[in-house]
Design a protein around this ligand. Structure first.
Ligand SMILES: [Cu+2]
Length: 159
């Protein structure tokens, strides 16, 4: 690949997840699943990690499973859980992903299940969009753009 093509691709990549202001987040439907309220949060200058959140409604009659997640915005992306154990908040990776039971709403939210971005390639800035691809066992894969909310936001509805 010559340098000019590479430069263009890098520029486009920067535009995709660096420069486009957040659009009003609409829900995304994939098969029987509806994904809504997706967001991530701005990261402090030297932070290397970030969290991603989304509400998954399974309108079907079959259980599904969120099996994996990926993103060009971080070297490593995992599915994590967080819960109180002996009065301490403990975070663990969830290598099998998360169950998305039929007829139920599965929430990835601050303080609970989440997408974990590690070794992020550049800080997440408010107003930008961070792309992720979620892979479900039944519904297949779905691309989402996560609008970047302020640091510490518990939920986010972009303007
Ligand atoms: Cu985590």
């Amino acid at each position: 690949m010559n340098k000019r093509i590479l430069a263009i691709i890098i520029t486009l990549g920067g535009l995709i997840w660096g420069g486009i202001p957040a659009l009003a987040q609409q829900s995304v439907v994939v098969g029987e699943l509806e994904l809504s309220g997706a967001f991530t949060r701005a990261t402090p200058p030297n932070a290397k990690t970030g969290g991603g959140f989304v509400t998954i409604t399974n309108n079907g009659e079959m259980d599904d499973q969120l099996v994996s997640v990926s993103s060009p915005a971080a070297a490593v992306v995992e599915l994590h859980t967080m819960k109180m154990e002996n009065e301490v908040m403990v975070m663990r990776s969830s290598p099998d992903g998360f169950a998305v039971p039929a007829g139920e709403v599965t929430e990835l939210s601050p303080g609970g299940k989440h997408i974990m971005f590690m070794q992020i390639t550049e800080p997440f800035r408010m107003g930008n969009l961070v792309p992720v691809t979620l892979v479900f066992e039944r519904a297949g894969s779905v691309d989402l753009m996560l609008p970047v909310a302020p640091i510490g936001a518990k939920s986010y509805v972009p303007e």
